[in-house]
Design a protein around this ligand. Structure first.
Ligand code: TPP
Length: 559
């Protein structure tokens, strides 16, 4: 089977795995590889219907009476258009059809190629999933192809039945079909993703956990009730599971491991010391470095995700199981499970976590955030703006009563200030934002919103540019970094914020800052901004040196 046809091969494996035996085939060229494969495979029962309009209705009838999922497959062009009436009826009749359309290369749309139309837009409103397989050229294509096949087949019979559409571009010559030298990607195993619902029997899950090293990772979450938090704490204690978290997880337990300190200290070799067999994730986004390191070991562990919707988020390229349920259902279902993690694994991670520390820091954005992390009052709200404000605060463990937000999902510097002001308006207590100067000046118009209460506190770290771009060594190599990349400037917020009735405080050194923090964290009859000036190059150096220090600390700990 030639390289261009590997997507066909994967598609056929997914048909088999989902027990799709009946296939209605309509004659054509682009589907020759597929037809050759299925007609010579005894698993399939093939039907020939030349007219695609009849083929779709015929397939629907087969499915309705046999109660099986049925596939229909045709060539490109108006052959596909003729499927529309049958697939529309199947959609509204909730019949599980796998609609397979073969296609020319997606690059040649509108290029005067015969039998080439836009096949993806045709089924938008009448299928539960509408995917176009890649032509396989490398490992990334293999991962993507299998991921979207998993996505589509899960939709086929999840949350009600209905058709799915799979478009398969065909590139190359049919002669390659018999050319064994093009077999290079076939050896790759197929990775299926199982979806488990609260109604399923969990005994198989219990078995899969036995004798495995398990880690839990909690991503961004601001909605977990205290009751649920307590139940999750009991769960991780009784099963002896370490929990990787950051401040945005808004979850505390004695098994917590600080993601930022640990993962900044790890590299892909030292990571092997702590790699689990199974990582269970819950919540929204995770820190970048966590994703990078897990991806670097893709498929050497299993990723199980607890998640209320059916979107496949294969962020470590290792997803094998989705618990499609709320966290409390998951905890209920796990009540009968006697699994216990290797206690040495838990202890090792806790001990590393206790030993890693942030060294003494020169006055910089990092040191300002470190000092602030020590004094932020309990029961406050804290919004961390993109980028260093979020990243640097993650090195410090905040008190569990502080509610921590950040727009880390779209990661824009545009919305930090107005999002925070909305949150502060609804929050009963002091509300803080830590924000960089570019993010601040981007959103400063938001400060003129009339709905700002006296609980608002803005900690503006002004290093006159994007410190992100000043972390060496890249910053040293890029000439003129301040012109456009780091967008250097000499602005201050003073005039603007005072004109709006804010109390303005400023500082540029450690001792003075300690003094300024006192009114900043106290009640006041106006909102307050504290603008702290740091040096952007020192900020970059301090950040890099801290990363290097953590890496060294970890190597010493692991010796
Ligand atoms: C809307 C938007 N535009 C551009 C970016 C790219 N970007 C990421 S970080 C950053 C600089 C942020 O600088 P600043 O707010 O001063 O924070 P610092 O890195 O100095 O802490 C930029 C421009 C983005 N994330 N969002």
């Amino acid at each position: 089977m030639g390289g261009s046809y590997i997507n066909n091969k994967y598609l056929i494996e997914f048909l088999k795995k989902n027990n799709v035996k009946k296939i209605v085939l309509s004659s054509g060229t682009r589907n020759i590889p597929f037809i050759s494969m299925v007609e010579n495979d005894s698993f399939f029962e093939c039907f020939s219907v030349v007219d695609e309009r009849n083929a779709a209705f015929f397939g629907m009838g087969l499915s309705q009476e046999s109660r099986e999922i049925v596939a229909i497959a045709c060539t490109s062009g108006t052959a596909v258009s003729n499927y529309v009436s049958g697939v529309t009826e199947a959609f509204y009749s909730r019949v599980p059809l796998v609609v397979i359309t073969f296609d020319r290369s997606t690059y040649v749309l509108n290029q005067l190629e015969t039998q080439k139309i836009d096949q993806m837009s045709i089924f938008d409103t009448i299928t539960k999933s509408n995917i176009c397989l890649p032509v396989i050229k490398d490992e990334e294509d293999i991962w993507y192809c299998q991921r979207i096949l998993n996505e589509a087949f899960i939709q086929l019979n999840y949350n009600g039945f209905g058709p799915i559409h799979i478009n398969v571009p065909f590139i190359g010559s049919t002669n390659e079909l018999w050319d064994d030298s093009k077999n290079s990607y076939i050896s790759n195993s197929i990775k299926y993703i199982d979806m488990v619902s609260p109604f399923d029997d969990f005994s198989e899950i219990y078995n899969r956990l036995m004798n495995k090293k398990v880690l839990i990772l909690i991503g961004q979450d601001i909605n977990m009730s205290n009751d649920l938090k307590n139940r999750l704490v009991s769960f991780v204690y009784s099963h002896k599971i370490p929990v990787i978290t950051d401040n945005l997880s808004n979850f505390k337990s004695k098994n917590n491991i600080n993601a930022e300190r640990l993962f900044k200290a790890l590299d892909s070799i030292t990571f092997e010391n702590i790699m689990p067999d199974i990582i269970i994730t819950y919540g929204l986004n995770f820190q970048e470095r966590v994703k990078d390191l897990f991806k670097s070991k893709a498929r050497q562990f299993e990723h199980w995700m607890i998640c209320e919707d059916t979107t496949i988020r294969d962020c470590f390229k290792s997803l094998t199981l989705i618990f499609n349920m709320k966290l409390d259902y998951y905890l209920n279902k796990m009540e009968g499970c006697s699994f216990k993690n290797d206690i040495n694994y838990l202890n090792k991670l806790i001990s590393i976590n206790e030993k890693l520390y942030i060294p003494e820091l020169k006055f910089s954005n990092f040191s300002v955030i470190k000092e602030f992390s020590k004094i932020i009052p309990n029961n406050s709200l804290l919004h961390l703006s993109i980028l260093n404000s979020t990243r640097l605060m993650q090195f410090f463990d905040l008190n569990g009563s502080i509610k921590v937000h950040s727009n880390v999902n779209t990661f824009g510097i545009d919305g930090c200030l107005p999002t925070f002001l909305g949150q502060a308006f609804c929050f009963d207590g002091l509300a803080f934002i830590i924000i960089g100067d570019l993010s601040f000046f981007y959103g400063m118009n938001a400060l003129s919103i009339r709905h700002i209460n006296n609980n608002v506190r803005v900690l503006l770290i002004n290093n006159h540019g994007g410190a992100e771009f000043h972390i060496p060594p890249s910053s040293r190599e890029i000439k003129g970094i301040d012109n456009f990349i780091g967008a250097g400037h000499h602005f201050s917020s003073k005039g603007w914020v005072e004109s709006l009735g804010f109390k303005y405080l400023s500082s540029n050194n450690e001792n003075d800052l300690k003094e300024k923090f006192k009114p900043f964290i106290s009640n006041s009859d106006s909102p307050i901004i504290l603008e702290v000036f740091t040096d952007i190059n020192i900020d970059g150096d301090v950040t890099l040196n801290t990363y290097r220090d953590l890496e060294k600390q970890l190597k010493d700990i692991l010796k």
